[in-house]
Ligand binder design. Structure first.
Ligand code: GLV
Length: 324
């Protein structure tokens, strides 16, 4: 039987399918982590990786028979793609199935940060709600506000469409032109500077790469509107967390809603003290239905690769390579 390594236990249905069809090794836990597991099982032919575990060059190079890395996430910046390509190891991810759940969560953060939901909840629990007041916890209105989407991919578009239902106007920044989106939905593509200067809510939907490390830094927060809301459900390293904490402390922006952090699971301690920061533990795709679909997609990718077929959800770098 072909050996498959699963970085951590996940949806039981997927684990059961993998155990039936392959010699399944589950890393993590007492095993000493993924690195040790890969070293011990250098003859594995497939790896199902999680975004929380780096799969670096030395790990990849140590594998003698690896044919596929199936990442249980849409983002795959945890994997050294150049190293995988060099060894012709296929890499897949889980696009599409998590678009709606992630867009819902971004919308939840936009609402929570704009309307001060967490502050309100804490107030009630602390017994500090002493009756309706005209000026209690006033927030920002979404109707008529301008949403700036940074990264107009599948998730960015899904957030824009949800926001439109709340009466928001939408502009977006994207490196490539998106004429279909501009024409079909009337969302205008603007420059990055225009977006950060004018948006009332800025929501990040870019994949991470070193080229966009700390895209949101001190200078960018300084340019944003004083009453802007900043939401990040993409990747933590797209923002300079210390600079964001400064901007929130000094009320240079109104609030932030974060689902991701620069050094997960660590969170800048200053952010934890701030009332105008809503902090979630990377829950973008965390619904029962979505996580099941993502898990089954990784099983399917492993099946396809190990039976010599082309997996359906190869990452763009692999699709490009196959075109040549
Ligand atoms: C979650 O962050 C993902 O990339 O799927």
């Amino acid at each position: 039987m072909k050996k498959v390594i699963l970085a951590h236990r996940y949806h039981e249905e997927a684990v059961a399918a993998l155990s039936r069809e392959f010699d399944l090794v589950i890393a993590g836990g007492k095993d000493g982590g993924l690195r040790a597991c890969l070293r011990r099982h250098a003859d594995a032919e497939a790896l199902i990786s999680f975004l929380s575990d780096p799969v670096d060059r030395s790990m990849i190079q140590g594998m003698r028979k690896l044919r596929i890395i199936a990442n249980f996430a849409v983002g795959y910046n945890n994997i050294d793609i150049a190293a995988a390509l060099q060894k012709s190891i296929l890499v897949t991810h889980t696009p599409d199935v998590l678009t709606r759940a992630t867009a819902d969560l971004a919308m939840a953060l936009i609402l929570a940060a704009s309307r001060r939901l967490v502050e309100g909840d804490a107030m009630v629990r602390a017994g500090e709600f002493h009756g309706w007041q005209a000026g209690l916890l006033l927030g920002k209105e979404l109707n008529g506000a301008l949403l700036g989407i940074v990264g107009m991919g599948r998730i960015g578009l899904a957030v824009a469409l949800r926001a439109r239902a709340f009466g928001m106007k939408v502009v977006f920044y994207s490196r490539s032109a998106k004429p279909r989106i501009e024409k079909q939905f009337g969302f205008a593509r603007v420059t990055f500077l225009e977006l950060i200067r004018s948006a009332d809510v800025v929501s990040l939907h870019l994949p991470y790469s070193p080229g966009v490390h700390h895209l949101f830094n001190r200078d960018v927060f300084a340019v944003m509107k004083k009453d802007a809301v900043f939401v990040n459900t993409a990747r933590g390293a797209l923002m300079d967390e210390a600079a964001l904490a400064d901007a929130l402390e000094k009320s240079e922006i109104f609030a932030a809603g974060l689902d991701v952090y620069e050094n997960e699971p660590a969170v800048n301690p200053r952010l934890k003290k701030l009332k105008n920061a809503v902090l979630l533990p990377h829950l973008g795709s965390a619904t029962e239905a979505t996580r099941r679909q993502m898990a089954m997609m990784t099983v399917q990718a492993v099946r396809q690769a190990l039976s010599g077929r082309k997996p359906r959800h190869l990452i763009p770098e692999w699709k490009e390579r196959l075109k040549k």
